[in-house]
Design a protein around this ligand. Structure first.
Ligand code: PMP
Length: 401
């Protein structure tokens, strides 16, 4: 009738059915399965995002990140977003137009960092060039030792970006001496530890890392949606020297630092925190603290070793030959000859309710990726994925290939 607005878009029938979420064992490169304790934390009733109890939870998260990162940095918090959000937060706050950033490209994450830096109008020196052009060939997994001193001397960057756990290739990038080297060249070291934090040793203060970030959905076994990040005093000073504001309000580290109680001013509303994500992250960090970092590193190392042995026994070839640089959280194995990788991953999903992944970026079509992270890093899961792969190798062979 006249005067009453009418909705003309029909209601979506699918929403009238109950939400259907199948049970799956997530042994891909993330997210990992969430343990009951963290699920329970995430399903608690809300608090107001400025209630003292909520601010207390945020303080506890901060302490948990300081432990997980092994840092005393005051500017330590979780951004409200996934790993990419932390990556953008780091680059957007550190860099200003005209800055040079040196990006070590040892897989897709370097490519992405270079993309983000490019959008900021910063000069970016390419990382490592592979035979095929701008991006390294998939076999170029580790930068030659000379890359860093040469790159720093030649390009004089203000920031060097590098990925610690390259989840697209399965490489654990050694960082020894890199922080010190960067500082000798007046450069800040920015490290992506989304896929490696808690699974392989990383010591922010001892290794002189200036900005370190991670994600919630890998070793921390929480749902995706919050990302730990920390800035050294050097990094904080560079941000204070900015002539222009960072180009994102949401990710402005000055505002976030205040909201997280990292400065001496009263905490002010900046954005509504994803409260339940923070509850879950708090529990993920608490579980890591209870286990202890050293035990967590050892657990990931031991289960990765078992997995690698089993993969070899199945006749599969590990993508990363050198054990010392193999990422303990995500193992890459070459797609065996005579098989299509999509058939293997689809078979595991359909017949075993188990997720593993194909390659990503430079490793697409070359590898399968198996993740054993946090709650999912168990001997039982090693056995399950090996059993399922054995089955797939028998059932997915393509006779015509
Ligand atoms: N860096 C690395 C090393 C990662 O493995 C991932 C996630 N696969 C990201 C960054 C991006 O994180 P997210 O998907 O949570 O945005």
């Amino acid at each position: 009738t006249a005067g009453h607005p009418m909705a003309t878009i029909p209601l979506p029938q699918a929403l009238l059915r109950p939400l259907a979420v199948p049970q799956r064992l997530l042994l891909g490169p993330g997210p990992s399965n969430v343990p009951p304790r963290i699920l329970a934390a995430g399903s608690q009733q809300l608090l107001g995002h400025m209630h003292p109890e909520m601010l207390q939870v945020m303080d506890e998260i901060k302490a948990g990140i300081q432990y997980a990162f092994q840092t005393r940095n005051r500017l330590t918090l979780a951004v409200s977003g996934t790993g990419h959000c932390a990556m953008e937060a780091a680059l957007l706050n550190l860099l200003e137009r005209g800055d040079t950033v040196l990006v070590a490209i040892n897989g897709i994450w370097g490519q992405r960092a270079a993309d983000i830096a490019g959008r900021l109008g910063t000069l970016r020196a390419p990382g490592c060039r592979g035979a095929a052009g701008t991006w390294p060939a998939p076999e170029v997994l580790i930068h030659p030792p000379a890359f860093f001193p040469q790159g720093l001397a030649r390009h004089k960057p203000s920031v060097l970006f590098i990925t610690h756990g390259e989840s697209s290739t399965g490489v654990l990038q050694p960082l020894e001496g890199l922080g010190e080297l960067c500082h000798r060249h007046g450069c800040l070291l920015l490290v992506d530890a989304v896929a490696s934090l808690g699974g392989a040793p990383i010591l922010m203060d001892q290794q002189e890392i200036d900005v370190l970030y991670s994600g919630s959905q890998k070793v921390l076994s929480a749902p995706p949606g919050s990302a730990p990040i920390s800035f050294s005093e050097r990094a904080r000073e560079k941000m204070l020297r900015r002539k222009t504001k960072p180009p994102s309000f949401y990710l402005d580290m000055g505002c976030l630092a205040n909201y997280w109680g990292c400065d001496d001013k009263p905490r002010m509303y900046h954005h509504t925190a994803p409260i339940n994500s923070f509850f879950s992250l708090r529990e993920g960090l608490a579980m890591l603290a209870e286990m202890g970092l050293e035990s967590s590193w050892e657990r990931h190392r031991a289960n990765c070793t078992l997995l690698c042995q089993g993969l070899r026994e199945l006749g599969l070839e590990l993508f990363v030959k050198e054990e010392a640089v193999r990422l303990p959280t995500i193992t890459t194995v070459r797609v065996p000859k005579g098989y299509a990788w999509q058939e293997i991953t689809a078979f595991l999903m359909k017949e075993h309710g188990l997720e593993i992944a194909g390659g990503l970026g430079p490793s697409v079509g070359k590898v399968l990726r198996i993740g054993l992270m946090g709650y999912n890093s168990t001997k039982d899961n090693v056995d399950r994925v090996l059993g399922a792969l054995r089955d797939a190798l028998q059932r997915c062979r393509r006779s015509r290939l």
